[in-house]
Write a protein that binds this ligand. Structure first.
Ligand code: TXA
Ligand code: MG
Length: 353
């Protein structure tokens, strides 16, 4: 299959050519086809959420297990009611505070949403993204776009269109290129079907931000460091996601000790003929000796690390690095999401020094 690629930026957004491209993309979705598109978190692989055949195609294109439910993307608040059994007060409050934006809510689904889209669950994940191109596409597609991250299953989520092309080129009808995703990590998922709203996946919208609006909020114990042997409530969180091909280990501790230990390990690996990689920060970048060294930004700037993390993991793959060591990052605010993804990429391998 030939995959059409079209770039939409703020400069050309209002031109007839860009409008026609989004319209074409919408028609592809209405006809049961697949279109990858930018969102503020990561690129999504879109299909018609109300068409079971489209959801099957999404799973096939990604190579994703079909018990892993998809997020339904909407572009207007009034489109929520038809796909859920009821709208609890908690959802109204969160919608007002954070939509459009990087927040996904889990609600009881209505009969309009096929089981293929929800991986057989009686609940549905819903998100209203803020990206302009995403919003226009959802509108053109008829209002309901199922979209997992647009990576091949097991690969880091794409933050650039070129990574979508690498993973899904030839398997889907179209890719809309909107440049680099500005957040870089997937949306926060909050389950509103429980007595106490529960975070199933941390993201840009933090627990503190949710608590300000809702009061008491819990975090699924399975996604906390001490709960790595419990089954998570978001089926997708159980897979070893976001994985680079190389073996990744996090080295945690005081900066001096971390730099010394990583250099020791990298030198040993190189001596044995392996290509080593290091995920550093701006402050430590010049202090490492390895085949490939990348900065994840300023240690104090969690947002920058969030934006760059998946790109860095993919660049290590491109450079065919065998082993990677990463510094550990502050886990407050967005840092919680950063560390959650980094720990998963590392298969929870952490060495404390
Ligand atoms: O930022 C995002 O959320 C991106 C963009 C494209 O919107 N999408 C995304 O989708 O990350 P995906 O499919 O890669 O991750 C969806 C996660 C999975 O872990 C899945 O198991 C969980 O959401 N999920 C979906 N529906 C659910 C449900 N009804 N109950 C519990 N977890 C659910
Ligand atoms: Mg994903």
């Amino acid at each position: 299959m030939n995959t059409e690629l079209f770039t939409i930026t703020d400069k050309n957004r209002d031109t007839p050519a860009a409008r026609a491209a989004v319209q074409r993309a919408g028609n592809i979705l209405r006809a049961g086809g697949l279109v990858a598109f930018p969102t503020e978190t990561v690129y999504g692989l879109g299909g018609d959420a109300l068409n079971p055949e489209s959801s099957r195609r999404i799973y096939a294109a990604k190579g994703r297990p079909s018990d892993n439910p998809l997020i339904v993307h909407i572009c207007r608040w009034e489109d929520l009611a038809p796909i859920v059994r009821e709208i609890p007060e908690t959802a109204e409050k969160l919608g007002k505070a954070f939509w459009p934006g990087p927040l996904t809510m889990i609600l009881e689904k209505s009969d309009r949403v096929p089981g293929e889209t929800t991986g057989g669950l009686s609940t549905v994940a819903v998100r209203m993204p803020s990206d302009q191109t995403a919003i226009s596409l959802i509108r053109e597609a008829g209002g309901y776009v199922a979209a997992p991250s647009a990576n091949a299953s097991g690969r880091p989520s794409p933050t650039l269109a070129k990574y979508v092309e690498e993973d899904l080129g030839g398997k889907i009808e179209m890719i809309l290129d909107g440049g680099q995703a500005c957040i870089g990590l997937e949306s926060t998922i909050v389950d509103l079907t429980e007595a106490v709203p529960t975070i199933l996946r941390p993201g840009y919208i933090t627990k503190e931000m949710l608590s300000k609006v809702l009061g008491e909020v819990e975090t699924d114990r399975a996604i906390l460091p001490e709960g790595s042997d419990i089954a998570p409530k978001a089926p997708g969180m159980k897979y070893r996601h976001y994985a680079p091909k190389a073996e990744l280990t996090i080295i945690a501790g005081e900066e001096e000790a971390v730099v010394r230990r990583i250099n020791e390990l990298a030198m040993e690996a190189e001596r044995r003929g392996y290509r080593s990689g290091v995920i550093a920060t701006n402050a430590t970048l010049g202090r490492y000796r390895a085949t490939l060294i990348k900065s994840a930004g300023d240690r104090a700037e969690g947002a920058e690390t969030a934006r760059e993390l998946y790109r860095i993991l993919r660049e290590f793959d491109e450079a065919e690095v065998d082993v990677i060591w990463s510094e550990s990052f502050a886990d407050d605010g967005i840092g919680q999401a950063v560390m959650n993804r980094l720990l998963k990429a590392a298969g929870h391998r952490v060495e404390k020094v």
